[in-house]
Each structure stands twice: as structure tokens, then as C-alpha cells.
Design a protein. Structure first.
Length: 308
């Protein structure tokens, strides 16, 4: 962040706040993916899911208290993230009766969330170095947000879409998202932001973290970004085949894409939570033990081939 190293105390509080907000988000996102991907959830698991979701909400609310200690740019940046996470958690509130809404209402809800996310990108990225990996990753999300409405209006199962401009726009967006992640992965300087935060964490510890700790954190971030790159690549190829090249797609092809993207989403959730917990642990902040439900969704690709 451009405001780092001007007030060390504010830097420390800021890192604690954004990591806790992010942890609340990813716990809720993990639950949301599991619920959306699972047909039959036992009463026991359902109650555990509710308890874990409540923990995410409690963590979010407690972080609001810590947020009050931030000032100026530190506070504005944290508030941008807070408002986005707040909207997402409300959208993930799977056990509320209001979650059971029709498809049109869901689209309206999605558009509202996208508007909130776009605002977050603008407010959050303004204090971030455009060459840093986190900036480029968030930028990749922006490319997909730009085609959200287009994705709602196309049906790949029908073959060629009559609106070629829309089809081209969708494929181009996934390609740009993939390429910007690829750019970050190939440029060492993109990870300077991790170095900055590592330095801030080291200053707050009685003993310094070692080089292996830093490499471990970097490796996890690299794997996280690779997963996003592959996630985008699957959809880029899928929409290229169905909307541009008019390839005859079988039902099993749709199943394979759903299978692959769900696996990538699950792994993204797992790595995101691991990165945040590692960062908080380096800061001397413990987090309770909880189940990462996305691990239940991971499947061996060979199993799909056997059943297809």
C-alpha cells in the first residue's frame, strides 16, 4: 500500500483488520460454495455450517471495533474492504428464508453486489501499487465483473449466440483476466507488496521471521494466483468453443467444465484461508480451528473420467 511505512502502529493495526475481514469473507465463501455444490446436507452438518457462519459474522463485527483505531488512508482503505465483505456475507447468508428467492430477484441481487464490488475496486486500488500482485489479481476480477450482465444473457447450450459482440467480449474478458495473472506470475517485482507486509510484521515481533517463512508465504500466494489463472483459462476455452467456434458440445462437456471450475474454486478457498491464517499466525494472532468445507468438494479428475 502507498501509505505503508509512514506510521508503523497504523500499519500493524491495518494488517490485522484487513486479514480478519478477509478471513471472515473466505469462511463465508467456503460455506456458500459447499452449500451450493451439495445436494444433501445432514441436519448435523447444517447446524455446524450455521455455527461456522456465525463465527464469520462475529469475526466481522469484532473487526469493526478494531477498525475504529485506524486513521486517514489506513481507515479509508480498510472501510472499502469492510463494505464489500459486509455485502458478500449478507449474500452468503444461506440459512435465511430470504435466500430462497426467484431467479429474477437473484439477478437483481447479483447486480447490486457487482456494483458494490466495483466501488470496492476503485476505492481499494487507489492506494495500491499497480505493479503489485494483489492489485493485478483484483484487476482480473474487474474484467469478469464487466461481463457479468453478458454472462446472464448467453446460453452456451444453444450453440452460436446471435450477439457476436457479446460473445467476443466474454471470451476477451476471461483472456485478459488470465493474462494479467500470468503477467504477475512472471514478474518478480509484482511480489514487492508481500515483502512490504512481511517487513511490517517483522517489526512487530520480538524475533524476526526467517527466509523460509517468507518463501512459504510467497509460494502460497503464487499457487493461489495460479489457481485463478487456470480457472479463467477453463472458462475462456469453454466460451471460445461454444460461442465463437460453434463446437458441438455434449452434455458431458458441460459437466466437465462444472467439475473443473468447482475444483478450482474449492482450492482457491483453501489457499486463501491458509494464506490469511499464516499471515495472522506470523503476527502472533491465533484463529480458532474450523473445518474448511471446500476440502470435501475436491475430487480426483480420474474419478470424473471413470463416471463420465
Amino acid at each position: 500500500m502507498n501509505f505503508y511505512f509512514k506510521d508503523h502502529n497504523q500499519d500493524q493495526i491495518y494488517l490485522e483488520v484487513i486479514n480478519n475481514y478477509n478471513l471472515a469473507y473466505w469462511i463465508a465463501a467456503d460455506i456458500d460454495l459447499y452449500v451450493d455444490s451439495t445436494n444433501d446436507i445432514s441436519a448435523y452438518d447444517y447446524n455446524r455450517l450455521i455455527q461456522q457462519f456465525n463465527y464469520a459474522t462475529e469475526l466481522f463485527n469484532n473487526t469493526d471495533i478494531t477498525l475504529t483505531n485506524l486513521k486517514k488512508d489506513h481507515k479509508k482503505s480498510a472501510e472499502a474492504l469492510r463494505d464489500f465483505v459486509d455485502g458478500c456475507i449478507q449474500g452468503f447468508h444461506f440459512f435465511k428464508s430470504s435466500k430462497k428467492i426467484d431467479s429474477e430477484s437473484k439477478e437483481i441481487e447479483l447486480i447490486g453486489l457487482l456494483e458494490r464490488e466495483n466501488k470496492f475496486h476503485i476505492d481499494y486500488l487507489r492506494n495500491m501499487n499497480p505493479s503489485h500482485a494483489e492489485y493485478l489479481t483484483i484487476k482480473s476480477f474487474s474484467y469478469i465483473n464487466e461481463i457479468a450482465a453478458d454472462l446472464l444473457l448467453v446460453d452456451p447450450s444453444l450453440g452460436t449466440n446471435t450477439n457476436k459482440d457479446r460473445s467476443t467480449k466474454i471470451v476477451a474478458a476471461f483472456s485478459k483476466a488470465k493474462n494479467i495473472i500470468n503477467y504477475a506470475l512472471k514478474n518478480v517485482n509484482c511480489f514487492d507488496g508481500i515483502i512490504d507486509e512481511f517487513e511490517i510484521i517483522n517489526k512487530m515481533r520480538p524475533d524476526n521471521l526467517n527466509h523460509d517463512n517468507f518463501l512459504d508465504l510467497c509460494d502460497k500466494n503464487i499457487e493461489y494466483m495460479k489457481l485463478w489463472r487456470e480457472f479463467y483459462a477453463v472458462y475462456e476455452q469453454f466460451y471460445q468453443d461454444t460461442l465463437i467456434e460453434n463446437t458441438n458440445i455434449e452434455y458431458s462437456d458441460f459437466e466437465l467444465v462444472e467439475y473443473e471450475t468447482q475444483n478450482y474454486q474449492a482450492q482457491i478457498n483453501i489457499f486463501a484461508i491458509d494464506i490469511i491464517q499464516s499471515t495472522l499466525r506470523f503476527m502472533g494472532i491465533d484463529t480458532p480451528t474450523f473445518e474448511i468445507y471446500s476440502k470435501r468438494l475436491l475430487k480426483n479428475p480420474l474419478n470424473f473420467i471413470k463416471t463420465a
